[in-house]
Design a protein around this ligand. Structure first.
Ligand code: UDX
Ligand code: UDX
Length: 459
């Protein structure tokens, strides 16, 4: 079949995979190829057992795979035939050299840019989908257009705002699509090409076009603001615990103010996920780089507060459990960084598990989707102190405490009388997500400690 347009995405991860599946399903006349150097990932995308768990994803992939959606490891040939190339390779926080711990590690991005240049024999539009520091597109344009005699590259920014667990809904019905491009005739034409893809299903008024830097910076800023709300409410949760106020009531009261709004005000053990911390640190690094140390310090505090919240949670567990947890079995309910995903990147559960193991507790990890990732994440720790168990009832057997790490619906619906009966006494329940009914659990016999709300102790 002849396709009107050929789109390629390099990077078949959490962002690239679902985004391209939706583009392919909505634009049947466009050929969409997803390429990745990871052969297993590419193979898995073509089975019933997709490499990532995302509600609704399988159905979308099925509508298009083999029709106009294809997966390959042959990145070079895919580049050669593409008109528009989205790049969504990972851009982790640098672990070495200048900017270590804050700046983005751009090595995969640059390597990909060079490969695009080598394999291109016709003009291409290159779209940064990965979240990148401001002005990366400009640098990439220089790399791409250096030595490229007969070929021209237009580099655009089209950041992704999807959240894991709701990725398909977010893609099908986005609040906005943002496309940044150079303010030249060529640049504007390139932007229009990408606009026309999204316009298959997104109303025009929700497709914003800006200059490249605004687009890049908007992504970092959106994530920084969202994370800031969580750190803000978590800081108030700490104060609630001291004063007897209830953080849920405070969040509800302030959220009714239209200027504040109700979303992203759930107190928790802290935010996780691959983006928030990485993007804020990236913003901090940029501010430092541009000589704005006060601005950098302001945003860095959002990350520090998040770390403090996790540590506070563990300290509270230890102090409630008579100041020692050596040898005590503690069941962690959930390991994913939030519900409805198997993703464990930067999950607060990982930090909590590590701190508990440092205190020589025995940690039992259970999660409906993230156990394989948990095994990998905790591989460097003494395995005699860790048990992985898919059944939450078994995980809680003989445990001194259960701690809710992820707000899986399943954990709200468990038979806590049965769990209580199988646990060591006194039985502790630490609710790091505020999803359980404190009074009902107390009546069963637990000592219950939620976040930012009065707990109920039987001791
Ligand atoms: C990634 C970035 O982490 C994030 O900053 C950005 O906003 C979007 O892209 P994600 O899709 O979650 O997010 O990353 P990941 O699931 O790790 O997928 C990246 C994929 O790129 C991996 O499958 C990896 O194999 C692939 N890759 C990486 C390449 O194909 N080539 C490379 O050179 C490097
Ligand atoms: C986020 C952004 O929402 C998305 O727009 C961007 O493209 C990528 O980063 P994601 O990381 O998938 O998406 O999840 P999100 O739903 O934002 O949650 C992030 C973390 O914050 C999770 O650990 C979640 O449990 C936590 N959270 C969220 C809270 O603790 N309280 C809240 O009120 C909301």
């Amino acid at each position: 079949m002849e396709f009107a347009r050929k789109v390629l995405c390099i990077g078949a991860g959490y962002v690239g995979g679902p985004t391209m599946a939706v583009i392919a399903s909505k634009c049947p006349e466009v050929k969409v190829v997803v390429a990745d150097i990871n052969a297993k990932r590419i193979a898995d995308w073509q089975t019933d057992n997709l490499p990532i768990y995302e509600p609704g994803l399988e159905a979308v992939v099925k509508t298009a795979i083999g029709r106009n959606l294809f997966f390959t490891t042959d990145v070079a040939s895919a580049i050669a035939e593409a008109d528009i190339i989205f790049v969504s390779v990972n851009t982790p926080t640098k672990t070495f050299g200048i900017g270590a711990g804050k700046a983005s590690d751009l090595q995969y991005w640059e390597k990909t840019a060079r490969q695009i240049r080598e394999c291109s024999h016709s003009d291409k539009i290159v779209v940064e989908k990965s979240t990148l520091p401001v002005r990366t597109a400009e640098a990439m344009e220089r790399i791409l257009n250096a030595n490229a005699e007969h070929v021209h590259f237009d580099v655009l920014s089209n950041p992704e705002f999807l959240a894991e667990g709701t990725a398909i809904q977010d893609l099908l019905n986005p609040d906005r699509v943002l496309i940044g491009g150079p303010e030249t005739a060529r640049g504007r034409a390139a932007v229009e090409e990408v606009v026309s893809l999204y316009a298959h299903w997104v109303p025009r008024e929700r497709i914003l076009t800006t200059n490249v830097w605004s687009s890049e910076l908007s992504k970092l800023t959106a994530n920084a603001f969202l994370a800031q709300r969580i750190s803000s409410i978590n800081s108030i949760a700490a104060l609630c615990e001291e004063t007897g106020a209830n953080v849920e009531e405070v969040a509800h009261a302030i959220g009714m103010d239209k200027r504040i709004g109700p979303k992203f005000l759930h107190a928790s053990i802290g935010f996780g996920g691959s983006c928030f911390q990485k993007d804020i640190l990236n913003l901090v690094y940029l501010c430092e780089h541009f000589g704005l140390p006060e601005v950098a310090a302001y945003w860095e505090q959002v990350v520090s507060m998040n770390a403090h919240q996790r540590t506070r949670f563990v300290s509270n567990m230890i102090s409630k459990m008579f100041n020692t947890i050596v040898g005590k079995r503690i069941a962690l309910f959930g390991f994913a960084f939030k519900a409805d995903t198997g993703d464990t990147r930067e999950t607060p559960a990982l930090y909590v598990a590590r701190e508990l193991i440092e205190e020589r507790a025995h940690v039992v990890v259970t999660d409906p989707k993230a156990l394989d990732n948990a095994r990998r994440d905790l591989a460097d720790l003494p395995q005699d102190l860790i048990t992985y168990e898919s059944d939450p009832y078994k995980a809680a057997e003989s445990a001194h405490a259960v701690a809710i790490m992820t707000e899986w619906k399943l954990y709200k619906e468990l038979d806590y009388s049965r769990i209580y009966a199988s646990m060591e006494k006194p039985a502790f329940l630490f609710d790091g997500r505020n999803i359980l009914d404190v009074d009902a659990l107390y009546d069963i016999g637990f000592s219950v400690y939620p976040i930012g709300r009065p707990g109920k102790s039987r001791l």
